[in-house]
Design a protein around this ligand. Sequence first.
Ligand SMILES: Nc1ncnc2c1ncn2[C@@H]1O[C@H](COP(=O)(O)OP(=O)(O)OP(=O)(O)O)[C@@H](O)[C@H]1O
Length: 988
Amino acid sequence: MCAQELVLKQRTEILHALCSSGSAEHLERVLDILLAHGELLWEDYQNIQVLGRALYTNARWLLDLVYTKGVDTCEHFLTALKQVLPEEQGAALSFSGCCLNLEKREESQSTSTQTLLTHRPSLVSKLQGCIDGALEALVVSGHFNSGDCNEVRLPIHTPSQQARCLLDHVRSKGESAAKVVLHYIEQKQQSGSQNQEKLTPPKDFLKYQKKLSSSVSAQSCFLSTYGGTSHMSLDDIYTEGELELAHDCADVHGPLGLEDIVGTVGTVNEEADTVLVSGEAGSGKSTLLQRLHLLWARGAALQDFLLLFPFSCRRLNSEQRELSVQELLFQHCCWPDREQEEIFQFILDHPHLILFTFDGLDELKQSFSDEHRLCCPTQRAPVHILLFNLIQGSLMKGVWKVVTSRPEAVGPLLKKHLRKEVSLKGFSPSGINCFVRKHHSDPTVAAKILESLQTNTALLGLCHCPVLCWIVSQCHKELLGCGEGSLQTITDVYVMILQHFLQHQSPLKSNMGLGWLQEHLTTVLRLGQLAFEGIGTTCYVFSCTDLETCGVTDKDICMGFLIQSKDMSSTHSKHYEFLHVTMQCFFAALYLVLSSNTDRSAIPKLFEPQDIRDTGLTSRCFGACLPSTDQQRQVLGGEATAAETPNLQITATFVSGLLSQRHRSLWLHCCPSALMEKKVKQVSRCLSKGMQKHFKSIPQPVAGEKKSMHAMPDFVWLIKCIYEMQESRIAKDAISKLEVDHLKLTYCNIGPVECTALAYVLQYLRNPVGLQLDNNSVGDVGVEQLLPCMHICNSLYLRNNNITDEGIRKLIAKGIQCDNFQKIALFNNKLTDACTQHFSHLLKTKQDFLSLRLGNNNITAEGAKQLAEGLRFNHSLQFLGLWGNKIGDAGAEALASALENSKTLVWLSLVGNGVGSAGASALANIIKNSTSLEEIWLTQNCITRTGVECLIRALEHNTRVKSIWLRNNDLSLEEVEEMTQRESRLIF
Ligand SMILES: Nc1ncnc2c1ncn2[C@@H]1O[C@H](COP(=O)(O)OP(=O)(O)OP(=O)(O)O)[C@@H](O)[C@H]1O
């Protein structure tokens, strides 16, 4: 049978092979090959790859086309298919006679654009690990702008799709752009091969490398949250999370890519080799590491590292023996079949080619300490000592380490050993979109879920956290069936998945009302006890004996909340863990709420403030409510740990939620109501007491200063607990006694979820406050969540919070209606000219507005003109900051004309705006006429002598202005000297 007939006859099977995984990768790779061989023209390719069209439709188009093109093309197609499909999938198809040589075509005199096409398959794979570098080269050479880069980096793209998108963009930019990319890849390869050339790995090294990478690949290709119910490959579901440097870095704008984690960007300590990826519970740290592992194992990223050893701190907890590093590597990750010593020696000799990853440092039983020094790689020590010495670099200096942890568990002791810290912020709004679409192969279901999220912004806020986004996607039936807005809190979402899993077991009784819990109460209690005891003893992996102790049965396991541990070590006995540690916290909370067997003091102890727990009392406090065997286990365990604090706090948050009025009806038939009432009272008391403690800690203000409270670590957590209770009485009770003028919550990891809770509580403040939320991750969704407390904010500080024009639109629409609202600071966000119309409206409407600071955004002359419109009609503004925008001379002229008759403006900053001398001479008019202006900042504005002369002349008419800042302008030293003599208020 000829190739053409084969294509026709096997059409269904081919379609299935290309598309059934739901991933477009196979199809796209076949297209790459056909393009490279000239079997498809560029126009053909565009006709097939239609954005937004179903994968199957695209594949059908391809089949139709190759068929009409004839035997040769069909033959190429089948050969490409054979090359691309995994063996087991290809086995179902007949490729008889299709064995063309698909080596790349060499063309004697090809242009760079042609080379991009003829080498497309290999370029796609080479580019995957270095997209960011290639983009940078294109930006630097002026071929790409940030829009091009953003399109390539779209989170919906897989790394290979990013590579293809980059190549397609380059093609449209022409020959010189193509040259830049080819040159970049060539250089990258040369530096890679130079690194490799110097090496002569022992003969068994490559075998070991292969064994390690296939074991890493096997461990990382599926996601465990889908383990119980369905298989989901990481490739199909992985969605980029938002990664940022934890500290400010002038050179970095925009989000980081995966490779930046080990790249040079944002390095704060050149001496250190440990990078920390920090993020809240469920923000995707383990998944991100898993992605890195998989890409490395496939040769698609981190190729500077010859070996990657992945460790899970959770599993290291169960290692009781003392080990040497060699034993740790080989026994916990991958056993070398031969030449152990030689391989280890090679590792020791080339530390910079080795990467260790440690997932979940916060889950380690011991808190980080640098007391026990160890530097000998053959010396045995307890595993945590090895780990701490590796992190510090005293052991195996030069080996790269990537460590993940919740932020709360990272103390100053660890920080001083970090090369840099990267924060994982969860999904961006487009990430949520992309994740839901990937999760559901049926686009109608995905669209319905996304629609429902848009109508419930509290829930949308929760979905920024990937684990919650996963639950919401998993429980779409419950979500869509439960009515708009009924899911508001984290507890609501976990109750939904509890119901989902329990009802999954009895599908016929899906309408059993509230009885579903009662029917499964014993299961819930048994799992709850297991979870509760685990949380108290930092135990997240359970042996069969642990399960037996709590009476957990096989049927309980089948419910899906527990999954079998993935384990790379050689132990063969089965171990279990909860689907996710937050699920363990939820079950621990269910146990505390539903069980009549817990100690009376269990709830108050759970709510004890962190500073008490940090003294080392943690385990003992919590231990008081555990059975005696566990207390012994803890005492035997020795060192107390502060590491479990985040999980205790999450458990407490769930306890608050479960005891809220909205969920009490669920427990009605499961537990005596008197007992329930008592627990509710306990929680309310704890929350109120916790808040009072905070308020008492506020220092009295110095005379003339405002009373200010800087939130302590537990403040946001207490607020979240209050929100979970959803009772306005409790919120009022807890907050109304707070008397401060300024509430400072900077660097507190505040995202949309925290904003929802803050607004819920702060709306009951008695007096207006300044709310300072600088350096958090509020974002547009968070801004929307803050609206309910806007009426009580007289000033709002939102520097560095990823806010865009859309967030501003909503914020200002509300702000205009709020009498107290007078000041806003929005430095370092993502604002453009599109937001200025809203500020202009605000300035026109609110004649008591005092301060507008929009520094370091992307406002140009157009935006400045819009602002000027508002300023012309405003009679109150005192402070205007536009530092670090791009308003230029035209923008400065517009502002000057609007402000020249202002009787209120005191302070104006236009630092770094390229206003030039023309701008300066226009601004001189404000100085000439103003009776209120005191300070004007014109640093770094390309102003020459001409501009400064205008300012000097204007100052002759003004005695009120105190200083004009003119540093870093286009003036010679002599000019500066001369002009300082003439006008002392000029500061150079
Ligand atoms: N980038 C991602 N793409 C797709 N799904 C993700 C992603 N990140 C997280 N998830 C989903 O959220 C779940 C929880 O994520 P993960 O365990 O990685 O969070 P974590 O930050 O390590 O949490 P913890 O600190 O509590 O251990 C995953 O099992 C997965 O279902």
